[in-house]
Design a protein around this ligand. Sequence first.
Ligand code: ZN
Length: 292
Amino acid sequence: MKASEAYELYGSSYLPLQKKLIINAALTGNVPTKSDTPHIPISPDEIIADARRCFSAGATFFHVHARDEDGRPSCRKELFEEIVSGIRKHCPGAVICLTTSGRIFKDYESRSRVLGLEDELRPEFASLTLGSMNFPNEASVNPPDVVKKLANGMLSKGIRPELEVFDTGMVNYAIYLSRKGFLRAPFHFNLFFGLLGTMPARMVDLCHLVNSLPADSTWCAAGGGRFQLPVNLSAMVMGGHVRVGLEDNLYYDYEKTELATNEALVRRVAGLAKQMQRPVATPAEAREILGL
Ligand code: ZN
């Protein structure tokens, strides 16, 4: 949906709630370990199996990280190839986004390795964080030259950037990058809220950000920890899309007594969407919405 349409909830014959919902599953991330939760998928086989379960629960977009044999974040191309190949096989039509996160690997060479996947293994999207910030225990460093090189790398490979926004200035930077030819419309943003050191998870911030997006944008919203569910709900009401999963949140409840699974988190938002009468997009519909 177009960002400007988020404001058509009232006084319009057309409800954002009637738009098809894309559920983005962020399965693994860089941080959670098996000691945090036994449900975090680490090996390629575990990640593929989780993707398959989430796909049958309604997820049509997979945000993918890889881990090495010791469970540490890895940018090894073969690991990503194995994961993408498995997701392509078991989740036909799903959209795949590979991370180029600067949280662990800072240099362009490591971060851009996923852009080297070819032919049917080439991802539709790769993540592009638009600026630097602090997470609770480390910095995510994204200097302008690396952001621009990654954006150029994606352009040259025909891979769309999933524009990761953790603070309001990052939208402005995306607009700047597009003016300078590093990004090309249509844009797809992932708006992330509720991590210490970044934007708080408040509806006023979500509305402000959505209102700041370029006209030709689709957007998805994610929240860290117990903010995942309220951010997802807010985005669903506004006609945006949602990102869920253990990368961002390990628990099913606010009291943190029940460990979640990726599948359960996807099933919950899909169920809530149904209750809101917001239809969940099929893979083909997700591709159409995203302009793929
Ligand atoms: Zn990620």
